[in-house]
Design a binder for this molecule. Structure first.
Ligand code: ATP
Ligand code: MG
Length: 404
């Protein structure tokens, strides 16, 4: 027997009053984006439930994808069957035989919304329950907290059976909180920061600074691959490549070594903010974590943050490296992040960056540069592309997991 559809229970959004339909439609589109790798699958959503129609697609990879999408509380795979008692009896027998082990308890819980159907819900419970006993005489029926509750629903168009409820990712549907620009390096921290922002419904666009030829195409691809991993939680993400070579060369030529890092970061912040403004984002998100490196002292943060009044969200700021790595492993970004491609900051990084930069000095060094011109040229040269989910690699991994 094959599952025909998956029924989706919404998460926290049920508390959002009149915005409810907006939330639901957003979630529907996110699910459609994420499941676009399965062309047969169709997604619909009404006020109370979402429905994923498999149309012959394999259930398991689709379920794996659903588990990651923010805004889903739980989901249940469902068999759609003809409204015919012999067929329904055979179905419950088959399901329970597949699940049976000694001591297993069950009950049948039927609902009949098609009132013309020959049996009412009480009769259905009895009839289908005894069909199970026919093939499994030692199974125990139990009304209170059984191991398995077989839910049978007789609707106008067909009968539906389900017995499993799988926990979803929770969180809020991506996009329901508005948009933020994620400063995405190729490192471990910023993808995790992006994931945590997505979890609370923030739609992210990934902003990546590249300094060719100092940075390789491999470093760029790494950032794109990380972005692709993040699409699993809520759908497509815009990837913005920012040309940064000229700025890094200018800073290197004109500012003292100890201040390279601070100046570089201030430019990144200014440019990200400019892009945010043009693309109607509300906040900036980055992967700064307090105390990890010289750029991440509170003094540094203050000097870097001074170029904008836009809120900067730092989801991993108080986490230990190991806590961040735990999440990176869970969301499958860790393996990509540790690929050895130098990004623009490692290449231009001074040996001893200033850990307590003084704004007065920073401003004095910046006066030697054409800050506005550099920012404008960089912003004018951005390349925007859309990153969509690609499940091929994960589908294969899942298959291997299933076989083991
Ligand atoms: P990550 O692991 O995210 O690279 P990190 O610990 O290496 O972080 P830094 O190198 O100080 O820390 O970078 C701090 C933050 O600045 C990053 O988390 C990221 O948000 C942003 N950032 C750094 N380099 C880039 C880049 N090339 N493109 C976009 N954002 C960047
Ligand atoms: Mg880094």
């Amino acid at each position: 027997m094959q599952y025909s559809e998956i029924m989706i229970r919404y998460g926290e959004l049920s508390t959002k009053g009149k915005n409810r339909m907006r939330f639901i439609n957003k979630l529907k589109r996110n699910i459609q984006d994420v499941l676009s790798v399965y062309p047969q699958v169709k997604v619909t959503a009404d006020r109370d439930r979402g429905h994923v129609f498999l149309n012959g697609s394999d259930y398991h990879p689709v379920a794996e994808s659903l588990k990651q999408i923010f805004g889903i509380q739980a989901f249940s795979p469902v068999y759609k069957l003809e409204k015919d008692m012999p067929i329904l009896r055979q179905a419950v027998q088959e399901i329970m035989t597949g699940l049976y082990h000694e001591g297993l308890t069950f009950k049948v819980s039927s609902k009949r919304s098609d009132h013309k159907f020959e049996l009412d819900s009480r009769e259905l419970n009895q009839d289908l329950g005894s069909a199970v006993f026919d093939v499994l005489p030692n199974i125990q029926a139990q009304m209170k907290k059984p191991d398995i509750t077989l839910k049978v629903e007789i609707r106008d168009e067909a009968a539906y059976i389900s017995y499993e409820e799988i926990k979803g990712a929770g969180g809020l549907p991506v996009g329901t909180a508005g948009k933020g620009m994620l400063m995405l390096s190729g490192g471990i921290d910023s993808p995790v920061a992006g994931y945590l922002a997505l979890k609370r419904g923030v739609d992210i666009e990934a902003v990546h600074f590249a300094s060719p030829p100092y940075t390789s195409p491999g470093a760029l691809k790494k950032a794109q691959d990380l972005t692709r991993k993040l699409t699993k939680f809520g759908g497509n993400i815009q990837f913005i490549e920012v040309p940064f070579t000229e700025i890094q060369e200018e800073i290197k030529a004109k500012a003292p070594e100890a201040y390279l890092m601070t100046l570089t970061r201030r430019f990144m912040m200014r440019i990200t903010d400019r892009i945010r403004q043009e693309r109607h984002g509300l906040v900036i998100i980055n992967g700064e974590s307090l105390g990890q490196v010289a750029s991440q002292t509170l003094e540094s943060m203050q000097a870097i943050n001074a170029v904008t009044t836009t809120p900067v969200i730092r989801p991993v700021v108080t986490m230990d490296k190991l806590e961040i790595i735990d999440i990176a492993e869970k969301i499958n970004t860790f393996e990509i992040s540790i690929q050895p491609f130098e990004d623009c900051c490692t290449i231009f990084a001074p040996d001893r960056p200033k850990t307590n930069p003084k704004i007065k000095n920073v401003e004095q060094y910046e006066a030697r540069l054409d800050v506005e011109g550099l920012v404008e040229r960089s912003v004018a040269g951005i390349k925007v592309s859309q990153i969509t989910p690609d499940d091929s690699a994960d589908a294969v991994n899942q298959l291997i997991d299933d076989l083991l």
